[in-house]
Design a binder for this molecule. Structure first.
Ligand code: NAG
Ligand code: NAG
Ligand code: NAG
Ligand code: NAG
Ligand code: NAG
Ligand code: NAG
Ligand code: NAG
Ligand code: NAG
Ligand code: NAG
Ligand code: NAG
Length: 451
């Protein structure tokens, strides 16, 4: 009996922590982060209402890139959309029972997308027509809101009987966000430009959507490698960090043309010419197969300061990442003195101040454009030494790294360039190397922040 308890208690604890972790917050570096949908009824019509729908990105660093957001829902009755400005439904559906004016969309579960910037002026409204691109709150607050208007028909037109649609689905694109049911809140206020008068929405519902990398079920899209001035070893990204399909021992002709050798020109790539019927490769070849690699180099150790070099390397041949951002968690980021040629902002969470966001300077390096040896952007970070500063035990390397809101794969905890004199410490580190992975598997990666 006693031994049975002894076994089950740690398992129970681990399960409990996992559970709390899931319920609490999806992203430990942005626990409040959410996209809020606001459904404002602006006026009643003879057979329904006019609504203003807003998509507000309250996430600190995660944005939605082209081809942009998609928004779906399910009508509770037989509502139709008579018309829309600032967005459109992807399919009209079966409107055969209508005579005369035909609705914009008759589907029970429509999917809405943004318009392109070149849409005619008559179809535009405020905060629309950016091909679904939604910036993050900190990087570009002006473009962190999208909105559109729709005229809903075959619906009730009184406040005591009208209800919004249910089962909202936010795609970014593809899965990733989990949305709450709509919640009735006080009517939103709309201020006149001079702020001397506000009108109020007739009815308002809020829906909160949160991102989860687990729900997105995407393979990781970036990885991190290390080096340091005191050791010639470069610790590479973990093998197969993002994908495993590239087989380094197999000639590329026989492999699926998933990647292109760095040296070969695009059309001359053997993988491409033998696989003409397939899609051209998306990536340059590497053992980790990540479209983005981030390299952290510990560059200089001064008396009061130290310097690290952060390089973001693009290996994608297809995807354009404008307005990229990188989030780094490191205990010394509370004392970052400067970041050359990047913008940065501290992201305090309560009393911890160990996380910062870096992003490009507009028109200078906010787009990672050319893949290959020169396809990178870099910055040098200057830190005033934290009292716990040490070059030993990998302290100078980041604890977590995100690229565009996706967590990057770091080398395993015990692998970092050793100080030459630290070779003797290795035996004392060995127990951590053994115990850490077990712990990590048990209680998830959040425990990292404790080390
Ligand atoms: C959504 O994010 C905003 C800004 O961080 C926050 O104020 C709000 O409480 C969040 N909403 C929910 C339901 O968590
Ligand atoms: C609400 O709908 C009824 C019919 O269902 C209609 O007679 C009435 O005019 C509508 N109200 C408004 C304000 O349009
Ligand atoms: C909603 O409005 C009521 C009445 O105006 C007010 O008392 C209440 O504080 C408001 N609630 C919120 C959350 O603003
Ligand atoms: C509903 O969402 C709006 C926009 O994000 C926000 O200002 C408002 O506080 C939210 N209301 C509630 C009750 O969460
Ligand atoms: C890579 O290719 C070689 C030769 O075809 C094969 O023996 C090996 O099993 C492959 N490895 C993986 C991981 O697919
Ligand atoms: C990527 O950006 C470049 C420069 O802005 C543009 O010319 C190119 O068409 C874009 N490619 C894709 C796939 O969007
Ligand atoms: C990588 O380079 C390609 C080709 O120049 C470019 O289209 C793409 O936008 C770049 N990828 C990233 C992540 O910036
Ligand atoms: C966090 O550190 C930055 C400097 O990197 C500082 O400006 C900011 O005030 C700090 N925030 C807190 C809450 O300590
Ligand atoms: C930066 O480090 C110095 C030296 O340890 C310390 O005195 C100072 O308070 C730190 N600044 C911040 C913002 O933590
Ligand atoms: C450099 O670090 C590696 C571990 O990443 C270690 O194996 C090697 O011994 C170190 N080199 C020296 C000279 O200490």
């Amino acid at each position: 009996m006693g031994s049975r308890l002894g076994i089950s208690a740690p398992a129970l604890l681990a399960a409990l922590i996992l559970l709390c972790d899931r319920v609490q917050a999806f992203d430990p570096l942005d626990p409040e982060g959410n996209i809020t949908l606001k459904w404002d009824i602006i006026s009643w019509t003879s057979d329904g209402y006019q609504a203003l729908v807003s998509i507000i990105n309250y996430q600190r660093y995660r944005h939605i890139e082209s081809p942009g957001w998609t928004l779906g829902w399910t009508w509770q009755g037989g509502e139709v959309i008579w018309g829309m400005v600032g967005a459109q439904a992807t399919y009209q559906g079966d409107c055969s029972k209508f005579h005369g004016t035909i609705p914009h969309c008759c589907l029970q579960s429509p999917t809405i997308v943004d318009l392109l910037p070149e849409a005619p002026a008559s179809m535009k409204s405020a905060n629309c027509c950016r091909n679904g691109v939604l910036s993050s709150l900190l990087q570009d607050p002006e473009n962190s809101v999208a909105s559109f208007q729709l005229t809903v028909g075959q619906s009730s037109n009184a406040s005591d009987t009208t209800s919004p649609p249910k089962s909202f689905l936010l795609g970014a694109p593809g899965p990733g966000y989990e949305c709450s049911p709509p919640r009735r809140v006080n009517g939103s206020l709309f201020f006149t430009p001079d702020h001397r008068r506000a009108t109020q929405a007739l009815m308002t519902w809020n829906v909160t959507c949160r991102y989860s990398q687990a729900v997105a079920q995407r393979a990781p899209s970036c990885c991190v490698s290390y080096s340091a001035f005191y050791n010639a070893t470069i610790v590479p990204c973990p093998t197969c960090a993002c994908q495993c399909s590239y087989n380094a021992t197999q000639p590329i002709q026989n492999a699926q043309p998933m990647c292109m050798q760095m040296s070969s020109a695009y059309m001359n790539s053997p993988g491409y010419s033998t696989g003409r019927t397939r899609d051209p490769p998306e990536l340059y070849c590497s053992t980790d197969m990540c479209p983005v690699k981030i390299h952290w180099h510990v560059k200089t150790n001064y008396y009061d300061y130290w310097r690290a070099k952060l390089t973001i390397i693009n290996r994608s041949l297809r995807k354009n990442h404008t307005q990229w951002n990188v989030v780094v968690q490191h205990p010394n980021l509370d004392n970052l003195t400067s970041a050359f040629s990047f913008n940065y902002m501290s992201l305090p969470r309560g009393r911890t101040n160990d996380t910062a966001m870096f992003w490009g300077i507009r028109f200078y390096n906010d787009e990672l454009l050319t893949a290959g040896p020169v396809g990178n952007v870099q910055s040098e970070l200057l830190f005033q030494k934290d009292p716990s500063f040490t070059l030993d035990k990998g302290w100078a390397f980041p604890r977590r790294v995100y690229f565009n809101g996706e967590e990057c794969v770091l080398p395993p905890p015990h692998s970092y360039p050793f100080l030459p004199s630290a070779a003797i410490h290795r035996q004392t580190l060995a127990w951590k190397a053994l115990v850490l992975p077990v712990l990590l598997n048990m209680i998830g990666r959040n425990i990292l922040s404790l080390f």
